[in-house]
Every structure is written in C-alpha cells, then in structure tokens.
Design a protein around this ligand. Structure first.
Ligand SMILES: [Fe+2]
Ligand SMILES: [Fe+2]
Ligand SMILES: [Fe+2]
Ligand SMILES: [Fe+2]
Length: 301
C-alpha cells in the first residue's frame, strides 16, 4: 500500500494544474458566458486544493503547492476535450486513493470532491456538445477570435509581469495561511491576489495576448515572523512595480486596474507592518523570559 500523504500531494498537484488549465481555457475564448463557466469550475478546483492542503497540515504534513503539467494551447474544442479527459483521470485517481486510507475525514472529503468532479465532467461534455453544434469558424484557433482594445507589446509585458507577481503572492499567502494556523487575514489577502490575477489575465486576453500563468515562488518560510516579512517584501515589490507600470500604460482601463490593485497592496503592506510589530514584541518577550531562565544554568562568568 502506498503512502497516503504522497497520494494526497499528487491529488493537490492535480487540483493546482486543473485550476490553471481551466483558466488558460477561459482566457482562450472571447465568449463571456463560456469564460464564466470555466472560471467557475476553476474556483471549485481552488476549494479542492485548499481543503486537501488543510487536511495535510492537520495531519502534521507540510502543505504542497506543486503543480502537474497543464494543456494550455489548441483549438477551443480540443481544449474542452482535454478537460473532459482531465476530469475522468482525476475521478479515477481519487477512487484509487480513497481505497488507500481509512481516515474518515479524508474519505468524506474525497467523496465530496469526486461528486464535484463528476458534475464538472458533465458540464464540460455539455460545453463540447454546444461547441460542436456551432459554426466551425467559432471553434477554430482561439487566437483568431480576439477583437478588442489594442495594446502595445511593452504594455502587455508590464501586465504579464504583474500577473506573475499576483500568482506568486496568491500562492505564498495560501501557503502561509496553511502553515500559520489558518490566519483569516492571509486567506483574505490570497483572495484579493486571486482577483488581481483575474483582472490582469483577462485584460491581456481581451487584448489578444495569451496570458502566461507561471509563478516564481521560491523558498517558503513557515514561522509567522519570517512569513510576514517575506509577504511584506512581496507587497513592497508590487507597489513599486505597479506604480512604474501604470505610468507607462496608455490604456485607461488598465491604469484603473493597477490603481485598484495598488490600493489593495498598500493596505496589505500596512497590515503586514502592524502584524510584524506585534510578532516582534511577542518574540522579544519570549527572548527575555528565555534568557532569564538560561542565565541561571548557563552563566559562565
Ligand atoms: Fe478538483
Ligand atoms: Fe474538476
Ligand atoms: Fe495583488
Ligand atoms: Fe497584496
């Protein structure tokens, strides 16, 4: 019998790739209704990702933000076919993993997730039917469907950079949400970053650029003080980059997105500074009590 924690980590990597794959597919169509449906399925996968990580942490394991490979390009029809296949493979995998455990909570969680995956498979099948009944022209190369406001390549690069920053921040907040005992603030901030991610990605897609969904999360710290510090660094980088970007962009709609994201990042940075002050005071107190105790035993002079 395999390692259940390894198996759950594999499921989490699958959920992460499902989120990103479905978002790629959402950004590949200009049909707003279809994009909405795909984004809504991606949001379900985000909850699965979160629940499984919470289960891992509750059982003394580190959370996982690994991601399995994704299918990001192709005709819209071929993408939806890939999504149906992804759901079928996922359901099979969950059923295999469920047989490896007698943990009641995990079994209940898997049952709930599998019910969602079955409903996703049905939704994708309906979408495919709908696409097949439409004109061939509409199911062709998604890049040719685009017709929206124009954007210069250097402006697109700035949006892309912001998008990568949001993906990184969102994962980092989620990770710290898992490791610092479920801080509401980190959960809220990760939701804010997820929204920003969506704004930047949609702004690119609507202007004919394929958003690239890659992050650059490096080393992740688990203790609250290091976590708050590295989150604050990310926020300060965001504020600097976004301020520079908004000056170089002509498109008013994109300037407005940067402005609103900047308001949020400023608030995030403010809260993190407060949190750090609080944590520093706490660790100062611990240090004092510790040194007093140690003085008795280890005083050498
Ligand atoms: Fe899922
Ligand atoms: Fe699914
Ligand atoms: Fe953000
Ligand atoms: Fe932020």
């Amino acid at each position: 019998m395999g390692d259940i924690f390894e198996a759950v980590r594999e499921d989490i990597a699958g959920e992460h790739s499902a989120i990103i794959q479905y978002l790629y597919h959402a950004y590949a169509t200009s049909d707003e209704e279809l994009r909405g449906k795909l984004e809504s399925i991606a949001r379900d996968e985000m909850r699965h990702f979160k629940w499984l990580n919470e289960w891992l942490v509750k059982n003394g394991q580190k959370p996982s933000i690994d991601r399995a490979p994704v299918i990001s390009t192709g005709s819209l029809k071929s993408l939806i076919e890939a999504d149906i296949k992804a759901e079928e493979d996922t359901i099979k995998q969950y059923i295999e993993h469920k047989a490896m455990t007698d943990d009641e909570e995990l079994i209940a969680l898997i049952d709930r997730i599998v019910a969602d995956e079955r409903s996703h498979r049905e939704e994708f099948a309906k979408i495919l039917e709908e696409l097949e009944s439409r004109d061939d022209a509409e199911t062709g190369n998604p890049a040719e469907e685009k017709s929206g406001p124009q954007l210069a390549a250097h402006e697109a690069a700035l949006l892309q950079q912001a998008l990568e920053h949001e993906y990184t921040s969102l994962l980092q907040y989620l990770y710290h949400y898992f490791t610092t005992g479920g801080s509401d603030e980190y959960e809220d901030f990760s939701i804010d970053e997820m929204k920003h991610f969506g704004w930047f990605a949609e702004a690119l897609a609507e202007r004919g650029f394929q958003p690239l969904l890659e992050h650059r999360v490096e080393e992740l710290k688990s203790d609250p003080e290091s976590a708050a510090k590295s989150n604050l660094t990310l926020e300060e980088q965001a504020i600097k980059k976004f301020n520079e970007a908004r000056e170089k962009i002509q498109d008013q709609e994109i300037k407005d997105i940067f402005d609103l994201a900047l308001e949020h990042e400023t608030y995030h940075a403010f809260s993190l500074k407060k949190e750090l002050e609080k944590l520093k005071k706490l660790s100062g107190k611990r240090f004092t009590v510790g040194s007093l105790k140690d003085n008795g035993k280890e005083e050498k002079r």
